[in-house]
Design a protein around this ligand. Structure first.
Ligand code: RB5
Length: 146
């Protein structure tokens, strides 16, 4: 199931090292990963990175996206403005599982200044291992999409 999943990853400057650790972790799990940066710790603007990744998920080029900024909030807001994107900030594994199972999220966002790298990797695993349950949840997700 993981074999064909294409994952795009981005962040702002908040924690490049954590984003790169996530990218290699996901790649090690057998996913096709594109880390679109940025590559330096130079201050940048999270909206452009969130939007850039979200557009490539919304277009179907990537199946899922993983985002990181200081709190996870700003980059999530930017990604969520793109039609077809369902993204939420997760700081625990329960939410990361449920956001796939019930909300059919196609992107997840995390706060690099909120959680540590170990938890971030567990959250990513919970997100990737979960499957959308459909059924009554599909009705509700359709209502989000309008
Ligand atoms: C950047 O300092 C910080 O504002 C950003 O990473 C993020 O936390 C915004 O939501």
């Amino acid at each position: 199931m993981t074999a064909n999943k294409r994952i795009i990853i981005s962040s702002d400057h908040a924690d490049i090292a954590m984003r790169q650790a996530i990218a290699s972790h996901v790649e090690t799990r057998g996913y096709t990963v594109l880390d679109i940066g940025p590559t330096t710790n130079e201050s940048t603007h999270y909206p452009k990175h969130g939007k850039a990744a979200a557009e490539r998920v919304a277009s179907g080029e990537f199946d899922l996206g993983i985002l990181l900024c200081g709190t996870g909030q700003g980059i999530m807001m930017a990604a969520s403005k793109v039609k077809g994107i369902r993204c939420g900030v997760c700081s625990d594994t329960f939410s990361a599982r449920m956001i796939r199972q019930h909300n059919n999220a196609n992107m997840i966002s995390m706060g690099a200044r909120v959680i540590g790298e170990g938890l971030a990797l567990d959250i990513v695993d919970a997100f990737l291992d979960a499957e959308f349950e459909g059924g009554r949840h599909a009705t509700r997700v359709d209502m989000i999409e309008g």
